[in-house]
Design a protein around this ligand. Sequence first.
Ligand code: URP
Ligand code: ZN
Ligand code: ZN
Length: 467
Amino acid sequence: MSVFDTIIRGGRIATASDVFACDVGIRDGRIAALGQDLGEAADIVDASEKWVLPGGIDSHVHVSQPSGEGIVMADDFESGTRSAAFGGNTTIMPFCLQEKGQSLREALKHYHAKAEGQCYVDVSFHLIIADPTEQVLGQELPALVEDGYSSFKVFMTYEGLALSDFDLLRVMSVARSSRALVMVHAENYDAIRFLTDRMEQLGNLAPRFHATSRPIAVEREATHRAISLAEIADVPVMIVHVSNRESMEEIRRAQQRGLKVFGETCPQYLVLTEKDLDGLNMEGAKYVCSPPPRDAASQAACWEGIQQGVFSVFSSDHCPFRYDDPEGKLTPRGRTSFRWIPNGIPGVAVRLPILFSEGVVKGRIDINRFVALTSTNHAKMYGMYPRKGTIAVGGDADIAIWDPGIRQTLTHGLLHDGSDYSPYEGLEITGWPVMTMLRGKVIVRDGVLVGAKGHGDHIARDRSVYA
Ligand code: URP
Ligand code: ZN
Ligand code: ZN
């Protein structure tokens, strides 16, 4: 009888720090051995000429999240985790949104029910704190952090979600005492409201005015304020979906001052620009997300942040809506202003191929930084390391095998999500994940779904290594 269930043979392994040629022996869903001549196994995977990488962890994903009256998110847990697997991911971290007046436990019960039995990859929820009552902050949140929900997101904008500075400080102070990690959506709500009203008064209603209503100053100011509040509360903070130089530099300055301030950027800020919002008719709605994509100089700044380690995580902010659908981007009931276009774009399947192709293949980053930005740092940041995020004996056998030579033009058909378009349609990509394996079981092989729905579990997390 063989010692291993599976052996991955002949590949080149990359972790966040090393590259080495060896075989991977997998038993009972875990990596049991790394070495040569591991013998035989029921399943032998030939990885010659391929990269063997830790499965991607996408720590910023929205699925099945209510998004406003009459609007329906394009992905549920089945399609969202399926698309994630096609893109080389083995864990995603979706958000559990607390509705006003709702307890966090109630919200979680609801999201767990939606996810139960539906997932192709592992999931682990962040909380969104929308209603920071005394009960929520005093009782629920500390208990839930203990239970493995060790991170939460707060918003400085969006109707019904934006918290005052006072409430941000209250939430941050609970994060400090319970050692949770706070993620901040940094955009100035009042400035956006003011500019949105002004655009509408001028008759500027097209999708491109979404970007005009959220200029860089809106994001930079909020980033500066979020960092200052975190400094006052003496708590680590993650600034999510950073789009431009000025915000990136706020984070860099804070890091240089020795603060535990972390940054995340996303594919849309590397390969899209504000010009994409200026399509014919409503086509620009396909690119409406917040913060909006900016310009070539902002793209260069985001690359700089990636190369210099200002950004520790690269996430998709997958927030999918259908385009040609009155419940999606084409806003219903005669609402013509950009104000009503749901914010968010799909990207969970393209995050890794875009960074591999634009980053590793084009020589902007090496393979170790790629692994760190897409897997290892997410696991460390959000309390899953070393079970996940690396290739090491004892860890989950969450592995993506990449063919670095595959060249293809990105089409929506490759992504297997619930949306009806990709904002990245037509992008030329070199390198693609040819096998995604979760806890030793193959989910996607050569572009075919072979895994079982329901194999994906919920992961209760430890504290962030930084909290
Ligand atoms: O436009 C975006 N990013 N929508 C998703 C929600 C969020 O703020 O992350
Ligand atoms: Zn956000
Ligand atoms: Zn988001």
